[in-house]
Design a protein around this ligand. Structure first.
Ligand code: 13P
Length: 250
């Protein structure tokens, strides 16, 4: 079975609800009827309900950029799985490199969040990727394997079907430096092989691995044309409806 690609917009800390609504209305008309790929928007938490309402009944899904692993509790500033589901969202990012870098998110926390997402039927997009020093030190494969192994502790092959992985080399995020298709494919193959080792060949063949890091309309075709690349997680170029639509329709 060929894997259906997922093209996702990570808006990070951009857009008020009004801006999110304006984007979504414009974007939906640009991608109406687009069925080749799945499409998801990850707005900030204050815009999530607005985006969910705007995409209702369309070919576009909505999710959180970050979700806490606990069911509920005294975790100021955090959002739970039940809260995500209650507003009608379906997806969550887990372990984005900015969460790892600025909010001390470890592989252990990523693992807890992954368990919580799967328990609640939320589609998790688990983000991994090496920093520049690791790439330059020849450590990319080791880092990716460690992140995958850490994220997947206690995850069974039976439970793994909804999981999406996003390979986002940190040195390519927001820098305008994109991994070449060859570099991305090589990394994706390492990740898929690690998933095969942990969860078996069937899960590995089915799991979608997205590429993220300075994806733009100009480079989307070269990256997404690769069989090994099952979609994109887009930051900066997802903030404008026409630019993100051009990536979706690469
Ligand atoms: P940019 O597309 O801005 O490089 O961001 C990538 C990213 O972090 C998506 O999650």
């Amino acid at each position: 079975m060929p894997r259906k690609s997922l093209i996702a917009a990570n808006w990070k800390m951009y857009k008020t609800p009004a801006e999110a609504k304006a984007f979504t209305d414009a974007f939906l008309s640009l991608v109406a009827g687009h069925d080749r790929d799945e499409i998801a928007l990850f707005p900030s938490v204050t815009s999530l309900a607005t985006v969910v309402a705007a995409v209702a009944g369309s070919n576009v899904s909505a999710g959180l950029q970050n979700m806490h692993f606990a069911e509920e509790g005294a975790y100021t500033g955090e959002t739970s799985a039940s809260m995500l589901l209650a507003v009608g969202a379906t997806h969550t990012l887990i372990g984005h490199s900015e969460r790892r870098q600025y909010f001390n998110e470890t592989d252990e926390v990523v693992n807890k969040k992954l368990h919580t997402a799967l328990k609640h039927g939320i589609i998790p997009v688990v983000c991994i990727g090496e920093v520049l020093a690791e790439r330059e030190g020849g450590l990319t494969a080791e880092v990716l394997k460690t992140q995958i192994a850490g994220a997947f502790v206690g995850i069974t092959a039976e439970a793994a079907a909804p999981i999406v992985i996003a390979y986002e080399p940190v040195w390519a995020i927001g820098t305008g430096k994109t991994a070449t298709p060859e570099m991305a494919v090589e990394a994706h193959k390492i990740v898929r092989a690690e998933v095969a080792k942990l969860l078996g060949a069937d899960v590995a063949a089915a799991v979608r691995i997205l590429y993220g890091g300075s994806v733009k309309p100009e480079n989307a075709t070269a990256l997404l044309g690769e069989e090994e690349i099952d979609g994109a997680l887009v930051g900066g170029a997802s903030l404008k409806a026409d630019s993100f639509a051009a990536i979706v329709k690469y």
